[in-house]
Design a protein around this ligand. Structure first.
Ligand code: SF4
Length: 311
């Protein structure tokens, strides 16, 4: 056994209120309507969550046309869907339950409001992410443009009036730089009163900023396709822990490297179950004595109501 290894555990970490609600919607739907229920897209970006729900009776599909039995309900994922999807469900007479996170719905409504007021809309986000596809799909496509980087600001061809909205799971600091540039180019641009990046993304990034500079290595438990988890790795690197990595539930741990460290940092993305964090710690304990120090920057007490159709 090596000397004691200190694990700085970020708090808050893991499940956010939108993820808790989405999982509960699938579980309650199975209870209320019986199995199977269809789920369009991974309900949240975590393989283990998806596998558990499959065992309980959820069938995951990418598109509604893959649904074999239209008499079964379908649930839309926490990331939100373009308007065409509930319309398609209605046309096919499929009953649906919408698990879109209320904080994503808020962005959809902002985009719609700007469109009704004749604004062109800039969406700051990551191409092909389901949340971005959902937000773009709230208004006719010629009225909304996606930008991903500072360089993209130069390519904007829209004329004012212009407004912007953002994906909820972006890097707080990178987005701030893009917004500053947008405001320079379009001094009258309209934005959200309080930013669109959600409380859970902001809090998890702030906790990482606090502890990553103190760590020799930093680990983020989360899936490859989880936007907020990938941002946490980037944040940890930016604040000084160059050796920061994403760990999915079946990843091998770099035990030899970890054993050379004095301090490592640990957090988890908003769609990663706490069980995976505890399993990570258990795997390290096989090789070293461990001292855990939880660093809490803020207490979260956000909860969201379930849709009326499940009450
Ligand atoms: S990360 Fe934020 S926006 Fe996404 S589901 Fe969680 S609370 Fe909602």
């Amino acid at each position: 056994m090596s000397n004691e290894l200190k694990i700085l555990l970020a708090s808050p970490r893991g499940f956010c209120a939108g993820v808790v609600r989405a999982i509960e919607i699938v579980e309650k739907s199975i209870k209320k309507f019986g199995a199977p229920v269809y789920v369009r897209h991974e309900i949240v970006h975590n393989k283990q969550v998806v596998e558990n729900l499959k065992k309980k009776g959820a069938i995951f599909v990418d598109e509604l046309e893959q649904i074999k039995d239209y008499s079964r309900p379908v649930i839309f994922s926490a990331h939100g869907v373009p308007k065409s999807v509930p319309k398609e469900a209605n046309d096919k007479k499929i009953f649906y339950v919408d698990a879109t996170c209320p904080l994503v719905t808020k962005v959809h409504k902002e985009a719609e409001r700007h469109y009704r007021n004749n604004y062109k809309i800039i969406l700051i986000g990551h191409k092909n992410h389901p949340e971005v596809i959902g937000t773009m799909g709230q208004i006719p496509k010629e009225n909304i443009m996606l930008i991903e980087t500072i360089e993209d600001v130069k390519k904007i061809k829209f004329h004012e009036p212009i407004a912007y909205v953002t994906q909820t799971t972006l890097s707080v600091d990178d987005t701030k730089n893009i917004i500053e540039l947008l405001k320079e180019k379009f001094p009258n641009i309209k934005g959200p009163i309080k930013e669109d990046i959600c409380y859970a993304t902001t809090n998890r990034q702030s906790a990482v900023k606090k502890i990553a500079p103190l760590c020799d290595m930093f680990f983020v438990i989360g899936s490859e396709n989880s936007s907020n988890s990938k941002r946490l790795v980037e944040v940890a690197k930016k604040v000084g822990c160059k050796n920061s990595r994403l760990v999915s539930f079946d990843s091998d741990l770099p035990i030899n490297e970890i054993m050379k460290c004095n301090n490592i940092g640990l957090t988890s993305g908003a769609s990663a179950p706490e069980k995976l964090v505890q399993e990570f710690i258990t795997r390290i304990k096989i090789h070293s004595k461990v001292k855990i120090e939880e660093v809490e920057i803020v207490k979260e007490n956000v909860t969201f109501r379930l849709p009326n159709s499940l009450n």
